[in-house]
Ligand binder design. Structure first.
Ligand SMILES: [Zn+2]
Length: 99
């Protein structure tokens, strides 16, 4: 699939932010508006992923999510699909030490 920079977010949860704008939470995938599946091939209808066409998928490998972020997991395959220049084997690692 040809991947452009227009990938948006599809996620398993939605969380209102301080301004009342929906933002993705839970499991986060990349999604191209107009498609009915994520970049990694999950069908949106069957996986019940919510679409966030207003949220660009810009979770690069250098981003670090904290406890304050509702996003709990970013799909490494979608990350790889949107960041071809990166080391695919490295992927995305959540640095969130637990007690
Ligand atoms: Zn994915």
């Amino acid at each position: 699939m040809r991947v452009t920079s227009t990938a948006a977010v599809a996620a398993s949860r939605e969380v209102p932010d301080a301004d009342g704008v929906r933002r993705p939470g839970g499991e986060v995938h990349a999604w191209l508006p107009g498609q009915n599946q994520t970049l990694c091939g999950l069908p949106l209808s069957r996986t019940r992923l919510r679409r966030f066409p207003h949220v660009p998928f810009d979770y690069s490998g250098i981003d670090v999510l904290t406890e304050a972020d509702p996003e709990g997991w970013v799909c490494p395959r979608c990350l790889a699909a949107t960041s071809g220049r990166r080391d695919r084997e490295k992927g995305w690692v959540r640095t969130n030490p637990r007690p």
